[in-house]
Design a protein. Structure first.
Length: 145
């Protein structure tokens, strides 16, 4: 009888947030970001498939050339920059919710992935990463002798 381990849940890692959240949960979050609030960018979905992990990140308005994606072991690092549109002919800004500036996300996956075989695509403001699981992380059926 084989026992399957349930993979650990996906964790979003931000070392500064972890330190502050340990002392005062959520207290410092509103003050982060270049515009005085936490950037509303790079919200993610993570899907665990049999042989791959898929990460989808909302990065609307970010030029794909301004995105940096790095994969190492079971971590994915996504960073980029969204530049503020400056057009003096538009008129006086009354209300602003859109966020600009640099952002980064580090996501810890439940398994190691093969960085060399990983693929990225960008369509309609959504970055999609297809990350094949490392051979050591794939499930294998073991025959009983």
């Amino acid at each position: 009888m084989s026992q399957e381990k349930t993979p650990a849940p996906v964790q979003v890692l931000d070392p500064v947030e972890q330190i502050f959240d340990a002392v005062l949960p959520g207290f410092f979050r509103p003050m982060q970001g270049a515009t005085g609030t936490r950037p509303n960018i790079a919200h993610i979905d993570v899907i665990d498939r049999d042989n791959e992990i898929v990460v989808k990140a909302e990065v609307a308005g970010v030029d794909k050339d301004k995105l940096d994606i790095q994969v190492h072991g079971n971590q994915v690092y996504i960073s980029g920059s969204k530049e503020e549109e400056v057009n003096k002919e538009e008129g006086k800004v009354i209300y602003r919710e859109r966020r600009y500036g640099n952002f980064s996300r580090t996501i810890q996956l439940p398994v190691d992935v093969d960085a060399g075989q990983s693929k990225a695509s960008y369509k309609d403001g959504v970055l999609e990463l297809v990350l094949p699981k490392a051979e050591s992380a794939k499930r294998r059926k073991i025959a009983i002798e």
